[in-house]
Unconditional design. Structure first.
Length: 118
């Protein structure tokens, strides 16, 4: 199983970016998908998660970020609006996946850098 993230970049404060993360491989079922981020010198933190259509957000991004999922494409998106310099971080996608052989495990994407300039 692989998770391929894309969509990061440099944007001015107040701008928007859309991250994508596509899962591929011997997938039987994707149970949950989410986005985490890690800023320099800080621990990795949960940004948003989507499980069976239900979503949850970190307080710092609620109302600005929207997570969504396209089950047909095994892809999760993170629409980020009204970006702030403190949103600058490497963003990682994560998925809890049951593979064809039956095991369930968590998988990480490679990370995509989001830089918000003031």
């Amino acid at each position: 199983v692989q998770l391929q993230a894309s969509g990061g970049g440099l944007v001015q404060a107040g701008g928007s970016l859309r991250l994508s993360c596509a899962a591929s491989g011997s997938i039987f079922r994707i149970n949950a998908m989410g986005w985490y981020r890690q800023a320099p010198g800080k621990q990795r933190e949960l940004v948003a998660i989507i499980i069976s259509g239900s979503t949850n957000y970190a307080g710092s991004v609620k109302g600005r970020f929207t997570i969504s999922r396209d089950n047909a494409k095994s892809t999760v998106y993170l629409q980020m609006n009204s970006l702030k310099p403190e949103d600058t971080a490497v963003y990682y996608c994560n998925a809890a996946i049951t593979v064809v052989a039956g095991q369930t495990a968590g998988y990480w994407g490679q990370g995509t850098l989001v830089t918000v300039s003031s």
